[in-house]
Design a protein around this ligand. Sequence first.
Ligand code: GLP
Length: 243
Amino acid sequence: MRVLVVKDAAEAAKVSADIIEKIVREEPECTLGLATGSSPVGMYQELARRCADEGLDFSKIHSVNLDEYVGLEPTHDQSYRYFMNDNLFDHINIDKANTYVAKGTGDIEENLKEFNAVLDKTDIRIQVLGVGPDGHLGFNEPGAFMRDGAHMEILDDSTIEANKRFFASKEDVPTKAVTMGMGNIMRAQALLMIIGGHKPEAASRLLMEDKIDPMCPATFMRMHRDATVVIEEALAKEIGYIK
Ligand code: GLP
């Protein structure tokens, strides 16, 4: 696992955008696996800037997203479809018909069939990841075992607590989500995790321990042959990764 210690969020956005840019320039028709949450927002802004100012071309790029809340229409301002349009797709020259975010409303079983069918025929060139304070990836919550394919998860209280900042109240946070499984994530050709916010426990378990533990799904990253973690200096110091 490659660990890039950066000064601050601005540098995290730049080095992460560099990694994505290289792939997009070399493989302009590939599929990017994308993530929501605040961690990748700076990178998305940087990619949008490079698209506008430097001709970074997304016109033939495809994308598939990690997850979606159950119960939110794509037009809801906290749905992950809305987030992706608002934070990235509306600002780059991607064809939205080539972007896939699983549906969180309607017949969830049918939605999951569709999500799995999309994943089965997609070779994700690089999967962008954030990490939950409890170590979740996508919405794969800690548990006795991990799931291979796309499925529904009941969200942990700590996840609802962490995500309530985006909603009027905790009661408004959906309690379920559909997510890629850990198998889908691990089959991506490369992984890029940006650790935004203050998550010392997840960061420490990922970087300071030698355990692959389903109670901290982020640790699965260590098994991937092309995984990059971007972490800010202050947090890397706090967990003892650097002096
Ligand atoms: C949500 C998403 C995750 C994301 C996490 C961390 O729970 N489902 O994919 O990694 O938030 O978000 P943030 O980057 O805002 O801390």
